[in-house]
Unconditional design. Structure first.
Length: 88
């Protein structure tokens, strides 16, 4: 148990850091999508930005999936951490 405790704590810290980064990236993608949509709406003849918008939508979807997976992993790590603490 003394061997697993520090490993579980390190994993938990890393997962929290990754989730924070993913959340910041998702917010930035949403901001960029809003700016692109505003630009497309205000321009008389918008340039070909639709492929870029689609890439952003796909990236956002992937980030949301990754966040969901990270949340599940963090919950498992938390449960492991609790079990280790109970046994000590």
């Amino acid at each position: 148990m003394s061997l697993l405790g520090p490993i579980v704590q390190e994993m938990d810290f890393n997962i929290v850091s990754v989730r924070k980064s993913q959340t910041e990236l998702e917010k930035e993608i949403e901001r960029l999508m809003a700016e692109l949509q505003l630009f497309m709406a205000s321009s008389a003849a918008p340039p070909e930005v639709e492929p870029a918008v689609q890439k952003l939508v796909k990236a956002r979807r992937q980030i949301m999936t990754a966040n969901s997976t990270l949340k599940a992993v963090q919950e498992r790590v938390d449960r492991m951490h609790q079990q280790i603490e109970r046994r000590q």
